[in-house]
Design a protein around this ligand. Structure first.
Ligand code: SIN
Length: 349
């Protein structure tokens, strides 16, 4: 019996050693170390904060980006998206990003102009005629040049996304001519160029955080606002405004930003996978933003007590001419006028 027990123990030991050798569990040399492997075995979490609803061009793009990052990194990187200013709002998100309290934000480029005055170029009225022109500018060398301006702020610019063309909503009367804007208090994003734009037509621009716009329209603290169809629909502005005029006078788009220290802490392989996810999302999102704005405009047209009016070509031309002074303001107040000349080579006059 004793012999049997000793024999069994020896057999089990020999079997364990044989399996260990076969699986490289015993005597296995550690894998050679290189930078690519650093951190690859740890879970990385990106908190991404933004201010709009999920069913918007930015909201959808953020979800798509999160999905693609997770897929490309085999689940090593998880992106948690916080929409609707649920984590940070317009007023504190940039500071939060710089302090490393959040890893990613996606502000409109207009909201970056107090730090980056050159970015006001993208707020110039009637600069772009089509979504294709916007795509070419934002995803090409001009976009890259603008993103490089983020370096002194220790922020990594991953790219630009599009929403669409802005229109104007009002409460009291529709805007058929630019004279109808006289005296109105119009909510805008904070940008000197947008301020000048409404000043040029005798209105007053009031910069308000996006999360406050609905209540300020409802309480009549402001009379009007400019935005894309998708933002007007998803935030329900049509419930507290009566008229929308399709002016297509400017664009609304986004800079996709990451905390630079966080970016630098990522293994090279993960950085590459994130940039691939970014490129794929950007290609997808430009088209998706156009479709979404089209669909949301149709939904707005179907609302009771809300009238959508298309400004005539003649009136749009008058408005464009009236707003020419905004270009003078821009040229006199920003350091790098070359960006405007570069854009003018791409867009039709
Ligand atoms: C956004 O699309 O992120 C908000 C735009 C706005 O503030 O009007």
């Amino acid at each position: 019996m004793k012999k049997f027990i000793i024999g069994t123990i020896i057999s089990v030991l020999l079997l364990t050693i044989a399996i260990g050798i076969q699986q490289d569990l015993l005597f296995a040399k550690p894998l050679p170390y290189d930078d690519e492997q650093k951190g690859l075995d740890t879970q990385i979490t990106i908190h991404l904060s933004h201010v709009v609803a999920e069913n918007t061009p930015k909201g959808q793009a953020a979800s798509k980006f999160a999905e693609l990052v997770e897929e490309k990194t085999n689940g090593k990187v998880k992106v948690h998206v916080y929409p609707n200013s649920s984590l940070f709002n317009d007023e504190n998100e940039f500071q939060a990003l710089q302090n490393g309290n959040v890893e990613m934000i996606i502000p409109t480029f207009s909201k970056m102009t107090s730090n980056l005055p050159n970015w006001q170029v993208l707020d110039l009225p009637y600069l772009f005629n089509s979504d294709d022109e916007v795509h070419e500018v934002l995803t090409g060398s001009i976009g890259e040049q603008l993103l490089n301006e983020l370096k002194p702020f220790h922020i990594k610019g991953l790219g630009f996304w599009h929403n669409g063309f802005k229109h104007i909503t009002t409460i009291d009367h529709p805007i058929h001519t630019f004279e109808d804007l006289t005296g109105l208090r119009v909510r805008t994003m904070p940008s000197k160029t947008l301020e000048k734009q409404f000043e040029a037509v005798g209105a007053t621009s009031i910069p308000i955080s996006f999360s406050e716009v609905f209540t300020d329209l409802e309480s009549n603290a402001i009379d009007a606002q400019e935005n894309t169809a998708s933002n007007i629909y998803s935030k329900g502005f049509y419930k507290v405004q009566k008229h929308m005029t399709l002016t297509k006078h400017g664009i609304l788009g986004y800079a996709v930003l990451m905390n630079e220290n966080f970016w630098q802490s990522l293994p090279t392989k993960i950085q590459k996978q994130i940039m691939e996810a970014m490129k794929e999302t950007t290609d997808w999102q430009f088209k998706q933003a156009i479709d979404m704005n089209k669909e949301d405009l149709q939904k707005l047209e179907q609302q009771d007590n809300f009238e959508v009016y298309t400004m005539s070509d003649k009136e749009r031309q008058r408005l464009k001419e009236k707003l020419a002074s905004v270009y003078d303001f821009y040229r006199n107040n920003v350091q790098n006028n070359d960006v405007l000349s570069e854009i003018e080579k791409i867009v039709s006059p």
